[in-house]
Design a protein around this ligand. Sequence first.
Ligand code: ATP
Ligand code: MG
Length: 298
Amino acid sequence: TAPARDRLRIAIQKNGRLAEPARSLLTACGLSWRQSRDKLFCYGESLPVDLLLVRDDDIPGLIADGVCDFGIVGRNELDEQGAARRRIGLPDAYQALRGLNFGQCRLMLAVPEEWEWTGVEQLAGKRIATSYPAILADWLAERGVDAQVVELSGSVEIAPRLGTADLICDLVSSGATLAANQLKPVETLLESEAVLAGPVRTPDDARAGLMAMLLRRLDGVVKVQDSKLLMFRAALDRVSELTRLLPDADPLVQLPDDGGHLRLQTMCHGALTWQRLEDLERAGAQGLMVLSVERSLA
Ligand code: ATP
Ligand code: MG
């Protein structure tokens, strides 16, 4: 078992798509660091929480080995390494604890544009290039498809043109890379986003309290990211219609009134476009105000 520690260690990507958003999320949770010169290790100043800046591929392993307590990594990477471990009989060593609402992408099968896609049976005997061989192999096995998995560490999308594979299984966000390579997406294997990963068992030393505190702060930032506080006045007989127009909001809360009209507020979890505000106004809401929410302790 790993030795007791009284400081928490979080692994994040050093450079790349998840590096910046991961760091700002942790900053929003009240963490700050003294930057070390080599920048691999950042010593926590406001709290005993240190950062390790690494390649995203290393993050699951650092948690599995107990070197780091948390990591911020794409669900795709975590699932791939988890599936690879299971394939060789290793026990689960980490888990996704929270979705973090950034780094969204999909792991998809993409075929040459001229193919007419009729379904997974079409994959029999085909060669599929991917950087996610374990997820792909599991997915094919579940569907009873016998195809050949060609593992490539990068530039997967050019494999069909080079003739090293017939189709690919790769991450897609906008689809522009696929289109530029005359490929089209046909099946989704995984919906991914950045996640907070942690060990399967919480350590029973000083870190446990820090981990719980950090999770609570993360929830207080991530869960309100798409929420707005909506305030307005309305007459009592308008309230049921206004409530109907706010199906994505918490129940209306009544504030002390200022004579005649009710003063109401609610947390709304969907988009509050101008169109919606104008609809609410027509239904009797007055003095509508939309406030952004930075953090909350529910
Ligand atoms: P590293 O040098 O750390 O190994 P990398 O090249 O493996 O970096 P990035 O390209 O920075 O990784 O992507 C990191 C993560 O961002 C991916 O694992 C995935 O979860 C997410 N992501 C979001 N959109 C995309 C996309 N269009 N293509 C690839 N990854 C994406
Ligand atoms: Mg990587």
